[in-house]
Design a protein around this ligand. Structure first.
Ligand code: TYM
Length: 336
């Protein structure tokens, strides 16, 4: 990577009223750690959200709740730039340029499009298809060098690097865009559904029992963990015994991640116990770490003025970087 490039973190989260444990453990907890050592830009990516239809009233509310969630999880809006994507128009402008750099063949390989469009692909929005180009624009607009994400975004990050590389080559400017590094949690990068250990935990799954939402009450968490799918085997200290038991592995990984211990330590601690005993411990650990965040989100949601001020200040700061870089990019492309 170009040595002159300054380290900068960029990441985005789609506005959804119910951010869940996967968003928190896979991405947002890492956002908070990174702001201690690097300059960070975090966006509420509302342009991405409308790739599937959103009720305008609900979207507005979800954007505000995502700002609250960022702050409640520990992001400091004085240190990090927090803004909503649609308020910085350079994102959409650069996305168009990247639509012309990126290749159809590259987009055709994107597994997330295939999953989201499902069998009714002809009816998916064009935006959903070119979504990864917009994501590359988000990152490269700030010349970001590091991108904390969950494992499900890995392929999009590879595409972003391909776009950066092609742009640099096409325009004979080999060091213009840095090739951003994905920062993905090492041991547990994909939190799985509580109902099906082979599917990722997601806001789009119908059953609310498949996920822990950041705003769930103690009661909700207890009920969801009690109902979570497992099996009748005892827990042993041997990791190998978890092969082909995705639901058991997921719950043990969640516990390890929430309590910040290794899976090996959790297995030793729980050795000989059955899942009913383990689930009680898991629910307690989740209640201790998630419920204070949920309470804070609800508190922050009450002060709409403060949330709007955070977004307005963040937008101003984001625009300074984005507009400067977009100007350079336009010159490179040959626009007058
Ligand atoms: P989104 O909004 O779906 O999710 C936000 C972040 O949460 C992570 N995540 C998970 N991690 C582990 N286990 C899970 N079950 C889980 N579910 C979600 C995601 O990986 C993500 O890091 N396309 C992105 C948003 C985006 C973006 C960007 C990210 C737009 N532009 C630029 C980084 C850089 C998305 O839809 O994330």
């Amino acid at each position: 990577m170009n040595k002159k490039v300054k380290n900068l973190v960029f990441s985005g989260v789609q506005p959804s009223g119910n951010l869940h444990l996967g968003n928190y453990l896979g991405a947002m907890r890492n956002f908070v750690e990174l702001q201690k050592k690097m300059d960070c830009v975090y966006s509420i990516v509302d342009l991405h959200a409308i790739t599937v239809f959103q009720d305008p009233k609900k979207l507005e509310k979800s954007i505000m709740e995502t700002v609250s969630s960022f702050i409640a999880c520990g992001l400091d809006f004085k240190k990090s730039i927090i803004f909503n994507q649609s308020s910085v128009s350079a994102h959409a402008e650069l996305a168009w340029i990247f639509n012309c750099v990126s290749r159809l063949g590259w987009l055709n390989r994107m597994t997330q499009f295939k999953e989201k469009a499902g069998s009714n692909r002809e009816n998916a929005s064009v935006g959903l298809y070119v979504y990864p180009n917009l994501m590359a624009a988000d990152i490269l607009l700030y010349k970001a060098t590091h991108v904390p994400v969950g494992d499900d975004q890995k392929q999009h990050l590879e595409l972003c690097r391909d776009i950066a590389n092609k742009f640099n080559n096409d325009f004979n400017n080999s060091e213009f865009f840095p090739l951003p590094e994905p920062l993905i949690q090492k041991n547990f990068s994909r939190v799985m559904s509580l109902r099906d250990g082979k599917k990722k935990m997601s806001k789009s799954e119908d059953s609310d029992f498949s996920r822990i939402n950041l705003q769930d009450s103690e009661d909700d968490i207890e009920k969801k963990i009690k109902k979570a799918k497992t099996d009748s085997h005892l827990i042993t200290a041997n990791k190998k015994d978890l092969e082909n038991r995705p639901e058991a592995l997921n719950l043990l990984n969640i516990y390890s991640s929430v309590t910040k211990t290794s899976l090996e330590t959790t297995l030793k601690e729980m050795e000989g116990k059955d899942f009913s005993k383990f689930k009680k411990k898991l629910a307690d650990a989740l209640i201790a770490s998630i419920c204070p965040i949920g309470k804070k989100i609800k508190e922050l949601n009450k002060d709409k003025h403060q949330l709007l001020t955070i977004l307005r200040d963040g937008t101003e700061k984001a625009k300074v970087i984005a507009d400067k870089n977009l100007k350079e990019i336009k010159q490179i492309v040959g626009f007058i």
